[in-house]
Design a protein around this ligand. Structure first.
Ligand SMILES: [Mg+2]
Length: 216
C-alpha cells in the first residue's frame, strides 16, 4: 500500500514537472505572426551611378488582378490590395522604373483600380486594357511591343504566364494573390528589381528564370 502511494506521488510530481517545462517553453518561444520584409533604398555609389548612366531607363509593366490587387463582387465591386503594394512596392519601384499598367480587364474597371493605386501621384499614367490585348484561343495575350518597341528594356510582372506567352524572356512570374495578409511576394522582388535596372538587356537575366513560369 505504501509502495502504491509513493508510486502515485512520484507519477504526479513527474506530470507536474513536465507541465512546468512545457509552460516554460511556451512562454520562452517568440510568437511570430507575420514575416515583415524590409528593403531600404540606399544612395547610389559613384560606380553604380556611372553604370546606370550607360543603360536605358527600364519600363516595368504591372498586371492588376491577382498581382497587385484582388477584387470580389457582392453587388458592389470591392478591390483589396496585396500587402505592401501601395506604400512600399509602387513607391519604391517608381524611383527605378517607368511604371505602366497592363490589364486584360475592361478599361472602366482597370482605370478605376489604377486611379486608386496611383492616389493622384501620377506614377501610373500609362495604362493598357483589354482592347490592347491580342485574343488567342480564348485568352488575352499582352503584346509588350504595344508598350515599347525596344524589348531589351521592358519587364512585365504578371501572375498569369499565358498573358506574357509572347515575351517569356521579359517576364517576372509571381504567385497569384487572393487574400493572404501575410503575403510578401511583391516585397521579396525589391532587391531583384533594384539590381535588374543596371543591366543592358533585361532578357539576359530574366531568361534564366524560365523554369519558374510553370510553377504558377
Ligand atoms: Mg492577373
Amino acid at each position: 500500500m505504501l509502495r502504491c502511494v509513493w508510486g502515485w506521488l512520484l507519477g504526479f510530481s513527474l506530470h507536474v514537472s513536465c507541465c512546468s517545462v512545457c509552460l516554460a517553453l511556451l512562454r520562452a518561444r517568440p510568437i511570430i505572426q507575420y514575416q515583415t520584409v524590409r528593403y531600404d533604398i540606399l544612395p547610389l555609389s559613384p560606380v553604380s551611378r556611372n553604370r546606370l548612366g550607360q543603360v536605358k531607363r527600364k519600363i516595368l509593366v504591372l498586371d492588376l488582378d491577382e498581382t497587385l490587387i484582388h477584387s470580389h463582387h457582392d453587388g458592389v465591386l470591392r478591390p483589396t490590395v496585396r500587402p505592401g503594394t501601395p506604400p512600399d512596392f509602387i513607391l519604391k519601384v517608381s524611383q527605378w522604373y517607368e511604371l505602366v499598367v497592363f490589364t486584360a480587364s475592361m478599361e472602366i474597371y482597370g482605370s478605376a483600380v489604377a486611379d486608386k493605386l496611383d492616389n493622384s501621384r501620377s506614377i501610373l499614367k500609362r495604362r493598357y486594357y483589354r482592347q490592347h490585348c491580342t485574343l488567342e484561343l480564348g485568352s488575352y495575350i499582352k503584346d509588350l511591343s504595344v508598350v515599347h518597341s525596344d524589348l531589351s528594356s521592358i519587364v512585365i510582372l504578371d501572375n498569369s504566364p499565358g498573358a506574357y506567352r509572347s515575351h517569356p524572356d521579359n517576364a517576372i512570374p509571381i504567385k497569384s494573390w487572393f487574400s493572404d495578409p501575410s503575403d510578401t511576394a511583391l516585397l521579396n522582388l525589391l532587391p531583384m528589381l533594384d539590381a535588374l535596372r543596371f543591366t543592358a538587356d533585361v532578357r539576359s537575366v530574366l531568361s534564366r528564370n524560365l523554369h519558374q513560369h510553370r510553377l504558377w
